[in-house]
Design a protein around this ligand. Structure first.
Ligand code: FAD
Length: 324
């Protein structure tokens, strides 16, 4: 009985969500009186692997075969399930990121495990039962899910659990499970990254704009605010459909789901399909000239005003604040 945590990286560098899941797995392991083994797939520096010990991993299994240098859903699921069997882990933790959403159900199926995806808090543990609070209905509600199977998979929403640094280094061990050829039938040949300064799913602050901006020529104002805050930019669906912004920025039910610490919505009405992708944000600020805009109902802070007047003033104030 132990906890296995799968840690995601981008081009050899761990994402913040990787440290979050290790901290989360360690907190679960502490409740169970057991230890955490982390799993890394792809090519990550040995020093970075060992540094997972700082967040509570005792051991790191390193799968650095070139065959799986890029994310391949089927193959990664095989490796995670093999690592769980190898370590005797009964709980597998991973991040509910874009890749994690594909991986978690596959791992659960392979292990015959119960699955809770979209976890937002530390579970309650009662004997062999885990009660997990998770988002439901595209983030519009929370569900308490009881996992009673012997094996359990929990996928944690990014930005839902704080990083807990505790010092120390983990032992790194090479792990080379069999990867059936069938798992390698769909392989990524090339990856062209969006040129974003901050990637949207990982961003802690998101500045998002909608049709209220009138046209693509007005986005420099949004980018300037995002730059001042170190934020990623996002948009509503009609904006990307119209080609004003790339589809990689479209958030919502049919786009990317984000859960930043701060989501600033500018000239977006707050349709239910948009809210489905952003309502897990910790703090929501809405700027809209219509006081009846539905977005205000879910806003923590709202500014009723014309974006073309409010946004430049906000950017100037942030720059002045940071200048001091
Ligand atoms: P609008 O609804 O046109 O709203 C513009 C807002 O800007 C208004 O509230 C207006 O008051 C305000 N405004 C105008 N001028 C100014 C100004 N000068 N200053 C400040 N405010 C101003 N949408 C998504 O975003 N994501 C999705 O994933 C998504 N999926 C969908 C899936 C389905 C099946 C369907 C049917 C729809 C989906 N939609 C999605 C579309 C969604 O229903 C809305 O149509 C869309 O979100 C509206 O975009 P918007 O708020 O930018 O535009």
């Amino acid at each position: 009985m132990s906890v296995l945590v799968y840690t995601e990286h981008t081009e050899g560098k761990f994402k913040k969500s990787a440290y979050e899941v290790v901290s989360y797995a360690k907190a679960i392991a502490d409740l169970m009186g057991t230890s955490v083994t982390a799993l890394s797939i792809g090519n990550v520096d040995a020093a970075d692997l060992a540094a997972l010990g700082n967040y509570g991993a005792t051991k790191v299994l390193d799968v650095s075969s070139d065959k799986v240098a890029q994310f391949i859903n089927q193959a990664y699921a095989t490796i995670v399930a093999a690592a769980a069997e190898h370590t005797g882990a009964t709980i597998v933790v991973l991040s509910n990121t874009f890749s994690g959403k594909g991986l978690a159900p596959r791992v659960a199926a392979k292990l015959g495990a119960a699955l809770a995806d979209g976890a937002v808090e530390l579970p309650q543990i009662d004997g062999d039962k885990l009660t997990v609070k998770k988002t439901a209905f595209s983030g519009k509600a929370f569900a308490l899910t009881e996992l009673t199977a012997a094996n359990k998979v929990v996928a944690l929403n990014p930005n839902s659990f704080e990083l807990r640094e505790m010092g120390g280094h983990a032992d790194v061990e090479t792990f080379s499970p069999d990867i059936p050829a069938d798992d390698l039938r769909a392989v990524i040949q090339d990856l062209v990254r969006a040129a974003d300064k901050v990637t949207l799913p990982d961003a802690e602050i998101v500045v998002s704009a909608g049709r209220g901006l009138k046209g693509p020529e007005n986005w420099p104002m949004i980018e300037e605010l995002a730059d001042a805050l170190g934020a990623a930019t996002a948009c509503s669906k009609p904006v990307s459909d119209a080609g004003w912004r790339p589809h990689s920025e479209h958030v919502g039910q049919t786009g990317i789901a984000v859960s930043p610490n701060l989501y600033i919505a500018i000239g977006i009405s707050g349709a239910i399909q948009h809210l489905a992708g952003v309502s897990a944000s910790k703090t929501i600020v809405v700027i809209n000239k219509d006081p009846e805009a539905p977005f205000f109902k879910v806003a923590d802070y709202g500014i009723v005003g014309d974006a073309f007047e409010v946004v430049p003033k906000l950017t100037a104030a942030i720059k002045a604040y940071k200048g001091n």
